[in-house]
Design a protein around this ligand. Structure first.
Ligand code: FAD
Ligand code: AMP
Length: 475
């Protein structure tokens, strides 16, 4: 007999494990099935985010930033360090330690909340019957539930004629584990992942070239911010080539030879390693039996309505395998919302206030609409900016690059978009998300007391600048 649950979650990433914990908190008998295995071959819940995404990339960004600062920033403070060296295996071991701690933490949280965890692949059939095929090859188990949440995540997109080989041509997994800084690193796609991992190896000494098919740098970001960021990253040594489409890549004599197409025609470039980071696609392999009743979209996403219901009754889907931005916090919020809907509570996600962050140095963060989106929609707005170069805390910390830009409705003054390029932008954006969630105005932000000296004063001053009454800049 199939063991019966109130809720079965398939996938244990930030979407799935969060949904499972919230469902259990709400008193529902919950199971979570995840197939990911850590480097030790054991279960490692946390999905892409904890194992090979958000967390390990941030660990390496932090290590490489220290190395960069020792070499390039300390002298200005009067600190002289002779012959700084990077021990890449130690750096990777530290990163692996962080991952291990967090994935073990998720295991504990699932246990603490009485979620039954299965290390295996879950396959959904009709009437919410789920088969678990254990990773260790043990006998398959049959489960069933009143509700099933699909949270199977995403995998890297592979481009034609550029096959991953795990050594020379790699995806994020490989680029998080290079055992030394390659002398030259090519990166296909100057998106979020390409910029973050390109920055890591650039700081550790690699010559990094980013090959981007689109003519615009960071096409999703606000143009003012993207332009500033492009200039700053080029200064840091990243060779960013726009309107450059990669046609193919092949390993020849321990080098990756890449064929690119630009306005000047086709040519070849050669690198020691190549990172392919051209985006991710939903992962649904082995997830759905023929009779599951779950429909996919043309793009391979699981089709869902606004509240994450699929085409099969009692089956929900969240995170990277459905529409919307592929961001961990979006997946988690959907997980919480679905668990609450299942428990009969109201839940709603405001997709328009999901913040975006790129963890470069300085960081890029935004929420709401870009200037181009406002113009295209014919919305009248006023805009205020404030440069970090005029912020005391930023200067004291050697972080004077970048700016805050706020746009507010001309008539109502409601904040419509905030775009930040600067130190700690990932944290500064939170205040702006709260303001937008409360339909706050630029005047609201301008009238709130901000501690001095803090980077958040730049947000304050940008809000005041919307009304041309900033104190520490010309209006
Ligand atoms: P996933 O995290 O992909 O988890 C899905 C899980 O389900 C996996 O463990 C998978 O093995 C398992 N699974 C799949 N199918 C089955 C099945 N049939 N049975 C059992 N288990 C199954 N986002 C941010 O918000 N901030 C960042 O800083 C950030 N940095 C990133 C850096 C990199 C290098 C990468 C690659 C991604 C980054 N992301 C970041 C994106 C983020 O990782 C994803 O948006 C997030 O992990 C999506 O969560 P999810 O739960 O939908 O899927
Ligand atoms: P992201 O989705 O943020 O990871 O960004 C992926 C980037 O890769 C996008 O900016 C795409 O334009 C870019 N891209 C996709 N295919 C190619 C290609 N063949 N050559 C160069 N860039 C590409």
């Amino acid at each position: 007999m199939a063991e019966k649950f109130d809720v079965i979650v398939i996938g244990g990433g930030p979407g799935g494990y969060v949904a499972a914990i919230r469902a259990a908190q709400l008193g529902l008998k919950t199971a979570c099935i995840d197939s990911y295995s850590g480097k030790d071959g054991k279960a490692s819940p946390g999905g892409t985010c904890l194992n090979v995404g958000c967390i390990p990339s941030k660990a390496l960004l932090d290590s490489s930033k220290h190395f960069h600062h020792v070499q390039h920033e300390y002298a200005a403070h009067g600190i002289h360090v002779k012959e700084a060296a990077i021990d890449v295996p130690t750096m990777l071991a530290r990163k692996d330690g962080v991952v291990k701690k967090l994935t073990a933490g998720v295991t504990q949280l699932l246990k603490g909340n009485k979620v039954t965890f299965y290390h295996g692949t879950g396959t959904l059939a009709g009437s919410r019957q789920v088969t678990v095929s254990p990773v260790d090859g043990g006998t398959a188990l049959q489960l069933s539930a009143n509700n099933v949440i699909l949270a199977s995540g995403s995998v890297p997109i592979e481009i034609p004629n550029v096959a991953f080989d795990g050594e020379y041509i790699v995806d994020n997994v490989g680029a998080l584990d290079f055992d030394h800084a390659p002398k030259t690193l090519g990166v296909i796609g100057a998106g979020v992942i390409g910029l973050e991992l390109g920055s890591v190896w650039n700081r550790l000494g690699s010559e990094v070239t980013l090959l981007e098919a689109l003519p615009d740098f960071l096409a999703l970001a606000d143009r003012d911010i993207a332009k500033l960021a492009e200039r700053e990253f080029k200064k840091q040594g990243l060779d960013i080539r726009l309107s450059t489409r990669v046609k193919q890549a092949a390993v020849k004599k321990k080098k990756v030879v890449v064929t690119i197409e630009t306005a000047d025609g086709e040519s070849e470039l050669s690198f020691d390693r190549l990172l392919v980071s051209v985006g991710r696609k939903p992962y649904t392999e082995g997830l759905l039996a023929d009779d599951s009743g779950v429909r996919l979209t043309e793009r391979g996403q699981i089709e869902v309505d606004e509240q994450s219901r699929t085409s099969a009754p009692g089956v929900w889907a969240i995170g990277d395998c459905v529409r919307g931005p592929m961001l961990a916090h979006k997946a988690s919020e959907e997980g919480v919302a679905v668990a609450e809907l299942i428990a009969g509570k109201p839940a709603h996600i405001h997709f328009e206030t999901v913040p975006w962050v790129v963890y470069t140095d300085p960081e890029i963060a935004w929420v709401g609409r870009t200037e181009k989106e406002l113009k295209d929609a014919g919305i009248e707005y006023r805009s205020g900016t404030f440069p970090f170069a005029a912020n005391g805390r930023a200067l004291a910390g050697g972080q004077g690059a970048g700016l805050v830009k706020i746009m507010a409705d001309s008539e109502t003054d409601e904040i419509l978009g905030v775009h930040i390029f600067g130190a700690n932008a990932s944290e500064l954006i939170a205040e702006c998300v709260v303001a937008m969630e409360f339909q706050g105005s630029s005047e609201d932000l301008a009238r709130i007391v901000h501690a001095h000296p803090t980077l958040s004063e730049a947000v304050h001053e940008a809000a005041m600048h919307v009304d041309r009454r900033a104190i520490h800049r010309g209006n």
